[in-house]
Design a binder for this molecule. Structure first.
Ligand SMILES: [Zn+2]
Ligand SMILES: [Zn+2]
Length: 221
């Protein structure tokens, strides 16, 4: 599945200022549905809940919104759904991609492990930590302890990972497309695939192991 194959629209809207899944209104006749607005731009949106389409909401013609490209809608949907999911979890099992995949495709995966981050009791999107706004912030007793980044096209860069380090945030990066395909529960049997994660060590498959492939540069954190 490539981003071009992702044709689902916005799955979340604001109703009276509260984020709601669009599909929650599928049983209501169109005239009975509450007014809905876009969580990103605040403009009115219309629920599309016909039998032939995946439930979603659409902007009115001619409205301008950042959530108009497939990439940004994919990022938005996964961010919201993953945040909802994380609210129900207090421990998270992850499985790391091969850190050598930058040097070529690699399907190698490590063994599932419990992500050794501090326990969180609250999950927020659009939450500012220091100078950054992670896609999803994990909080414990009102303090940010972790961050989840949803990867569509831009991996966490050095500046962002440094900023997370300074805030003492544990963080993971999750591929949006892979999440959509697997919708993993994040338990031991269905661990969350992560492209990167701190704390923890990078993992290398036998084909890309630095000892085997020589002295090429190590991944930067
Ligand atoms: Zn919008
Ligand atoms: Zn590999």
């Amino acid at each position: 599945m490539r981003i071009g194959d992702y044709r689902v629209g916005m799955q979340w809207v604001a109703v009276d200022g509260v984020p709601r899944r669009v599909e929650a209104f599928a049983d209501l006749k169109p005239a009975s549905r509450p007014p809905m607005t876009c969580l990103s731009c605040g403009q009115s949106v219309v629920a599309k809940l016909g039998a032939k389409v995946a439930p979603h909401a659409a902007h009115l013609p001619n409205s301008v919104c950042a959530l108009s490209s497939g990439e940004s809608v994919l990022h938005f949907n996964v961010k919201m759904l993953l945040a909802l999911h994380l609210r129900e979890l207090s421990t998270l099992y992850v499985v790391r991609d091969c850190a050598g995949r930058e040097h070529g495709e690699c399907s190698g995966r490590a063994e599932p492990e419990e992500w050794c981050a501090p326990r969180w009791d609250h999950v927020e999107v659009e939450y500012t930590v220091g100078s950054r706004r992670p896609d999803i912030a994990l909080l414990a007793s009102g303090r940010a302890v972790g961050a989840v980044e949803v990867l569509v096209s831009h991996s966490v860069d050095d500046a962002k990972s440094l900023a997370f380090d300074e805030q003492k945030l544990s963080w993971i990066e999750v591929s949006a497309l892979r999440w959509v395909m697997l919708q993993p529960r994040g338990d031991e049997e269905h661990p969350l695939p992560i492209t990167r994660g701190v704390p923890g060590n990078d993992w290398w498959c036998s084909r890309h192991s630095p000892e085997l492939v020589g002295d090429r540069p190590r991944r930067r954190r």
